[in-house]
Design a protein around this ligand. Structure first.
Ligand SMILES: NC(=O)c1ccc[n+]([C@@H]2O[C@H](COP(=O)([O-])OP(=O)(O)OC[C@H]3O[C@@H](n4cnc5c(N)ncnc54)[C@H](OP(=O)(O)O)[C@@H]3O)[C@@H](O)[C@H]2O)c1
Length: 267
């Protein structure tokens, strides 16, 4: 299967490297279309497939086309792609907020898959939610899921509303985790640890807690119950969080992200 990635930026490069690293495809089947000649030259040196500068040179050769440009660049891109498209080609878009119907209508192509990855995809620890138009076959979906899974984990969702929801949870989620980590790092600094000691204490605590959670069948609440002894230190922290309504504020933050994702999708 010939894969064409359009946009050789952060995500385009992440996908190309992940596919090759996992041996799911090889260099002779990988193509990248990048409009910036400077970036194209840098990509060509990376030896990750053939780099093109014009759509007509590569689109007709592709079975799967991955759209990895910024959403605001998509109208121009669609215009340039449309004359070269074969309706049997599958399009996988990772562009935030750009709807399947919009892509299908602009390209004149029925087979559209829309995915929302997140930043840890760069190290093979990403979380991707994806959905598709009806014209995409089961085999095509499985093929694309296998490709997406080279960057971490992936789930198929039934509709695009769930893509907006995944944007608010896993898409923006790494920043929520860093926000919490940052607050804990500040607390550690206030308690007298150096910056590097604070970062180590916090990052290893997060990693350990997540790995322990993943290796067990206990829920977060059950784990909290286990570490909260009556009158102990952890319970004191939990009581302070409860007083500050921290749980509700985190839920509100995720909902603000969801509302923004819905708003952006309408633009
Ligand atoms: N980064 C993330 O964690 C993340 C997570 C989820 C979804 N996404 C989505 O992934 C997409 C790509 O994000 P990114 O961070 O990889 O962006 P990026 O680094 O800006 O990469 C996009 C690349 O596409 C090029 N480009 C623009 N128009 C083009 C065209 N018509 N033909 C060929 N190349 C073109 C850009 O060139 P110029 O720089 O010259 O314009 C740039 O090199 C976005 O739609 C974003 O919403 C990203």
């Amino acid at each position: 299967m010939k894969i064409l990635i359009i946009g050789g930026g952060n995500m385009g490069l992440t996908y190309a490297q992940s596919f090759l690293r996992s041996h799911i495809t090889n260099k002779s089947d990988m193509m990248i279309l990048e409009k910036s000649p400077e970036k194209a030259a840098i990509l060509a040196q990376k030896d990750i497939g053939t780099v093109f500068g014009r759509p007509e040179e590569c689109i007709p050769k592709a079975d799967l086309v991955i759209l990895a440009v910024k959403p605001q660049d998509s109208p121009k891109l669609f215009e340039a792609l449309r004359p070269n498209i074969d309706p049997q080609q599958v399009f996988l878009s990772i562009m935030a907020g750009v709807k399947i119907d919009t892509i299908g209508a602009a390209l004149g192509a029925p087979k559209i898959i829309r995915a929302m990855p997140n930043l840890p995809a760069q190290i093979g620890m990403g979380m991707t939610a994806f959905t598709s138009s009806e014209a995409v076959t089961r085999i095509e979906l499985v093929t694309v899921q296998n490709l997406l899974s080279t960057t971490g984990k992936s789930i198929y969702v039934e509709n695009e509303a769930s893509i907006d929801a995944a944007t608010a949870i896993s898409g923006s989620g790494p920043a929520y985790v860093w926000y919490f980590m940052n607050a804990m790092t500040s607390a550690a600094r206030d308690m007298g640890f150096s910056q590097s000691e604070s970062e180590l204490l916090v990052s290893q605590t997060f990693k350990g807690a997540i790995d322990l959670y993943n290796k067990s069948s206990l829920s977060c609440e059950e784990w909290i119950d286990r570490v909260c002894s009556k009158g102990g230190t952890t319970e004191a922290a939990m009581n302070a969080y409860q007083l500050g309504d921290v749980h509700r504020k985190i839920v509100e933050g995720a909902n603000a992200a969801l509302n923004r994702a819905i708003e952006l999708g309408k633009q």
